[in-house]
Design a protein around this ligand. Structure first.
Ligand code: CP
Length: 504
């Protein structure tokens, strides 16, 4: 039996094996063949009565319309929103509630793009229908990587081993370079060469990851230095929308020698790819290149239709459908981010200030954070006591409050100001529970947005902790958590990103 895509969530390119990528490349090639032989609509009943919901919180031309085209040619329908204006997102509706509504609307699949890293894993957790990542923050764009691979595969007659790809433009703030290079790492003897200004260069964590997977990654000084060695040059748009404080003028200066023009491709047998759009102000690809044999980005864009049509066919081309279920799994309401600490002496000590009989001690706060934490919690206006303490004998300040149970939102507010607070729950004058609260350190992760109410969850990726949502690595830095406690906690985490089961 070959790879199975039935009702599967498509969140990260790292979830695909080499066989699965090759299977989809072949399926995409078959869709291309139908087009070449004028049989575009030969599968027009394949997804009859199926509906795709597109939820685009960010602009898109290709991703949204190519999924719609795929659906249309397979006899299915599509509906959704492109931009949040006119939706209840403008009234602060959460991702959870909006995704649930798209399930309630009897859709069969969701394609979503959202500015926050990890938002697509969250959408997949919430939805009881399959979810496809159309781009989450600067995290991933897996179907772009698959269509890029399909383009290379088709233009290289089915060859991906031994491929040499150049990367240019903005390798740091985009998601396509990350997804494509991780996809390439499944293949043998892959070489990536890149040339870009330091600020826009290949992220070190990605270079290290690729090197660990056997990919040769080489930085060159010039675009021609890269062109000389590669089969494909993958150019990317500087992602100004993800660079607060940086102006277009700054970027134009940075791009200077790294733009692609006719001179840079002259004399080389190279195909220029680009996920598109090209920014016409920055013109990372000069318009004159469009009219040379090197231009392959419009071919690449059409491969997007073949790939997405093939993927939808594999995912939904079967009988039966998922009925809407209005119950949400309880797991979506709680995280796995509390590191239990040993309680030494159960009595709540006076610790230089008044004891509390029932309530909470928020301990080990970062020096200088006390005021900001107490302002954020606003305990007294909520009717609870709040005693703050900075004591010379104790490195870290703390707060005592009569509030017995801090909400997830309270805990996030604390951790956003002072990472890894220790929480002592006091009942009847004794410490009943002690834990350190963890929050993903990636500033753009959906778990850090208070009113999205995404409970932080981590998983154990071969002994290292990663955020379930944005998949960034996390290491506990709390000085009081021992190596044994860290190891025990990491060992208790799930080994993979398992699907959240819906209640029976
Ligand atoms: N390549 C790509 O994702 O294009 P859009 O932003 O137009 O969808």
């Amino acid at each position: 039996m070959g790879p199975e895509f039935r009702d599967r969530d498509i969140i990260s390119i790292t979830d695909f094996s080499r066989d699965e990528i090759l299977h989809l490349c072949e399926a995409g090639r078959r869709m291309q063949e139908l087009e070449k032989t004028e049989k575009r609509n030969s599968l027009r009943d394949a997804l009859k009565h199926r509906t795709l919901s597109y939820m685009f919180y960010e602009p898109s031309t290709r991703t949204r319309t190519s999924f719609n085209t795929g659906m249309r040619e397979l006899g299915g329908r599509y509906d959704g929103f492109s931009g949040t204006e006119g939706t209840s997102v403008m009234k602060s509706e959460t991702v959870r509630d909006t995704v649930t509504m798209m399930c309630a609307n009897h859709n069969d699949v969701i394609v979503m793009r959202h500015p926050l890293d990890g938002s697509l894993q969250w959408a997949a957790d919430v939805a009881n229908i399959p979810v496809i990542n159309g781009g989450d923050g600067k995290n991933e764009h897996p179907t772009q990587a698959l269509l890029d691979l399909l383009t290379i595969y088709a233009l290289k007659d089915g060859k991906l081993d031994g491929i040499r790809v150049g990367f240019g433009g903005d390798l740091s703030h985009g998601r396509t370079v990350r997804s494509l290079s991780l996809a390439l790492s499944h293949f043998d003897n892959v070489t990536i060469l890149w040339a870009a200004e330091d600020f826009l260069g290949m992220p070190e964590d990605l270079t290290a990851l690729l090197a660990a997977q056997g990919v040769t990654v080489v930085r060159e000084d010039s675009v021609r230095g890269v062109m000389r060695h590669v089969d494909f040059y993958y150019m990317t748009r500087p992602q100004l929308e993800r660079m607060p404080g940086v102006t277009q003028k700054d970027i134009i200066a940075m791009m200077g020698q790294y733009r692609i023009d006719e001179e840079k491709v002259r004399g080389f047998d190279v195909r220029v790819l680009h996920p598109l759009p090209v920014n016409s102000e920055i013109a990372e690809i000069d318009y004159r290149v469009y009219f040379t044999p090197a231009q392959a980005f419009f071919t690449q864009a059409e491969f997007g239709i073949f790939l997405r049509k093939a993927l939808l066919h594999e995912m939904l081309g079967h009988d039966g459908y998922r009925r809407y279920d209005s119950r949400l799994p309880a797991e979506l309401g709680r995280g796995n981010n509390r590191v239990p600490r040993q309680i030494r002496g159960t009595k709540e000590s006076g610790m230089f200030i008044d004891k509390i009989h029932d309530g909470t001690v928020i301990d080990h706060l970062a020096p200088g954070s006390l005021r900001a934490v107490s302002d954020a919690l606003d305990l007294e206006n909520r009717g609870y006591s709040c005693t703050t303490a900075v004591i010379t004998e104790k490195k870290n300040p703390f707060i005592k409050t009569s509030l017995a149970e801090l909400s997830e939102r309270d805990l996030k507010k604390i951790a956003l100001i002072s990472p890894e607070p220790t929480i002592d729950v006091i009942a009847g004058g004794s410490i009943r529970e002690k834990y350190v609260y963890l929050l993903c350190a990636n500033g753009n992760c959906i778990t850090r947005v208070i009113n999205e109410d995404v409970p932080p969850r981590f998983y154990n990726d071969g002994g290292a902790m990663r955020c379930r949502y944005c998949r960034r690595p996390y290491s506990i830095s709390h000085r009081k958590v021992s190596a044994e406690e860290k190891a025990a906690f990491t060992g208790s985490l799930p080994r993979t990103i398992e699907a959240v089961p819906y209640p029976d």
